[in-house]
Design a protein around this ligand. Structure first.
Ligand code: MN
Ligand code: MG
Length: 651
């Protein structure tokens, strides 16, 4: 393994090239060859780690050797061992998503953040920021980054926008030039300057607008790229790597796209792309082949690209063949490339002692934090059927949020308006797989259970909505369902392209969902069927919800931002926000109010469709809770390739 430690980086921009003259510029027979020196450079990347560090499932309170950065650090070590010249990158969304991150965000700061400790220990060369880095606020992020022993870059996230992208005051440096020794094929050392630039989805500006301290502004990824890339070249970058916390989308996307990796790859200065954010795997069958996307060779717009899954499921490896131009710029350029994906190994051999040793104090503290007892629940709190029937788990989230805001608004002018509170299942199958459900048994309720029930550090936001905006809110939630023809048999119920966390329910309202109608909105929230509605009989108490009535809706910071993005025209005033995190609000609610309610409110149901059945993909834990959905007379059908068990439900 050849890896230049940070301390050995040649830091002066004027540093003399390290290669000896002999053989390259030299006199010997080589001088007569057509080509300059040839070298190989391997780029290794992780993305969307979501603080998955240790081989331990904190929510389930047991070791799990399939989890954590250790499980792929074996692949990283092997990949480094096979190649002489390596660089290791992370592509963002590292700060949030595991109880060890929740602990670190709530603890007094004694040492580096565990994720930064992990990156320092494994010798990462550079990283970029994903959208979830902003979840805990800017002050927290800035503190966390002070311990990084590697550059952090992001070109389209600014504290202040300038007249043009290159005049923005970016939050962290837009790019870095890594100066590294590489050993060429003949064994001689050279200097290479690797330009590394980072990008994040511009939607951060709205998604994180209501986080506690400070706001960021964002640029379109491609506009920022076009402005900054020539500067990397001007600063001497031989090759340029884009750390792109963005999905694989169109070659010519709309301005402001969330998924810009393909279009980025097409820019002439970019030599390689690390994609991410959508938690998929590239190269691989997650993506259909198209003119711009080669899912077998791992090419976007002809350039080598990888997307290494999420939560340390995979590492991405790009091997670049480089040649140094013999004249003119004398810069290294890419003459060939190959890409592959390394899957995490399983079993004890995957553990890396240095990493786990470095993380041991944080792991112990996270365990103690996650095991704190808050109260008891007389009933299981699970999301196995959260998309087909009201459930106690979501009622608890909604009730805790409502009580927090009700107390805060007491005695204010808002007290007289009906107070509603929305909740969605964050863990409900989907891309997370058949084990991706919240399933808390009856009994003691601990901090780790709340990390499971409410894994995001969203804060509470209360909006003022009209009755018609409220109906729209629920119509958007109902896009998770496929249209079901009356009398049909076993049509899949859930639309695969819509994540279950968009299925918000509002326990204080009663309504039915008419599955025979097409969805009014598409997966992106755009109005596609103006003449149809799925939500029927919407009532608050005994009173139908009228279009012009006013309501207060308690939701979360992320969902409020999403609503503003989907409906830029709609004015959804924020009535109340105090920066309180929903998870902490639920914890306080459970501690203060004792055991949580035993049964859900049964406030919504599907409109009956006699003689009609649907197929519902359920997780491994569903079988134990079938009584909760006995009304559907569920019948077990088959298990699919992804491990979901399909049940026939009678509507
Ligand atoms: Mn992510
Ligand atoms: Mg992301």
């Amino acid at each position: 393994m050849y890896h230049v430690p940070t301390a050995a980086v040649v830091s002066s921009p004027d540093a003399a090239p390290l290669e000896g003259g002999a053989g390259e510029t030299g006199s010997a027979p080589r001088a007569a060859t057509l080509h300059g020196p040839l070298a190989a450079l391997r780029l290794i990347a992780t993305s969307d780690l979501h603080a998955s560090l240790m081989p331990y499932d904190y929510c389930a309170n047991r070791p799990n050797l399939n989890l954590g950065l250790g499980a792929v650090s074996q692949q990283i070590a092997e990949a480094r061992g096979e190649a002489q010249n390596c660089l290791l990158f992370d592509n963002g969304d590292f700060l949030q998503g595991s109880p060890i991150a929740d602990y670190a965000a709530n603890a007094r700061r004694r040492r580096a953040h565990p994720v930064i400790t992990a990156f320092n220990t494994l010798g990462y060369d550079a990283i970029t920021l994903g959208n979830h880095e902003f979840d805990y606020g800017l002050r927290f992020l800035s503190q966390v980054l002070t311990d990084a022993q590697f550059p952090v870059v992001s070109a389209n996230v600014a504290t202040r926008l300038g007249k043009s992208p290159a005049r923005d005051e970016t939050l962290v440096p837009p790019f870095t030039i890594l100066r590294r020794q590489i050993i060429d094929r003949a064994g001689r050392a050279h200097l290479i300057r690797v330009g590394v630039i980072g990008f994040a989805p511009p939607q951060i500006e709205e998604w994180d607008r209501d986080t506690p301290d400070g706001r960021v502004q964002t640029r379109d990824i491609l506009a920022a790229a076009r402005a900054w890339l020539p500067r990397l070249r001007a600063r001497g970058a031989d090759i340029i790597v884009a750390l792109a916390h963005t999905g694989i989308g169109a070659l010519d996307p709309d301005t402001g796209t969330e998924n810009a990796a393909t279009a980025l790859a097409a820019l002439p200065e970019v030599d390689a792309v690390i994609a991410g954010h959508s938690h998929q795997v590239f190269p691989g069958p997650d993506f259909p082949a198209s003119a711009a996307v080669d899912p077998v060779a791992g090419r976007l717009a002809g350039k080598p690209a990888v997307m290494p899954g999420h939560s340390a499921s995979h590492v991405g490896i790009i091997d670049l063949d480089l040649e140094r131009c013999r004249s003119g710029s004398r810069r290294w350029r890419v003459v060939g490339a190959s890409t592959r994906i390394g899957r995490r190994s399983t079993g004890p051999a995957s553990a890396t002692p240095a990493l786990h040793q470095a993380l041991a104090p944080d792991h112990r503290a996270a365990l103690a934090w996650s095991r704190r007892r808050l109260g008891t629940t007389p009933t299981a709190l699970h999301t196995q059927f959260a998309t087909i029937a009201p459930c106690a788990a979501l009622d608890l989230i909604a009730e805790a949020k409502a009580m927090h805001v009700r107390a805060a608004l007491a005695g204010t002018g808002w007290e007289g308006l009906p107070l509603l509170s929305a909740a969605a299942p964050f863990r409900a199958g989907g891309r997370g797989g058949p084990l991706n459900y919240t399933d808390i048994p009856a009994g003691p309720l601990r901090m780790r259970n709340l990390s499971d029930l409410y894994p995001f550090p969203n804060t509470i936001v209360t909006l003022l909505l009209t009755g018609s905006e409220l109906a729209t809110w629920l119509e958007r939630a109902a896009t998770v369902f496929c249209q079901i023809a009356p009398g049909s048999t076993d049509t899949p119920l859930l639309a695969p392209e819509v994540p279950a966390f968009l299925f918000e329910t509002i326990p204080q309202l009663s309504y039915a969902i008419d599955l025979s109608q097409p969805a009014r909105f598409d997966a992106q929230g755009r109005l596609v069927n103006a003449e149809t509605r799925r939500i029927v009989g919407l009532c608050h108490g005994d009173r139908p919800v009228r279009a012009e009535d006013e309501y207060l809706l308690v939701t979360n910071s992320h969902r409020a931002g999403r609503a503003r993005l989907q409906d830029p025209e709609a004015d959804l005033p924020v009535v109340f926000t105090d920066g309180a995190r929903v998870q902490a609000v639920i914890a306080a609610h459970v501690q203060r109010n004792g055991p949580v309610a035993a049964s859900p409110r049964r406030n919504w149901h599907f409109l009956p469709m006699p003689g009609t059945t649907v197929s519902f993909a359920a997780g491994d834990g569903a079988a134990a809770h079938l009584d909760d959905v006995a009304d559907f007379r569920p019948i077990r059908l088959a298990r699919d390739g992804a491990g979901f068990t399909h049940y026939r439900l009678h509507l």
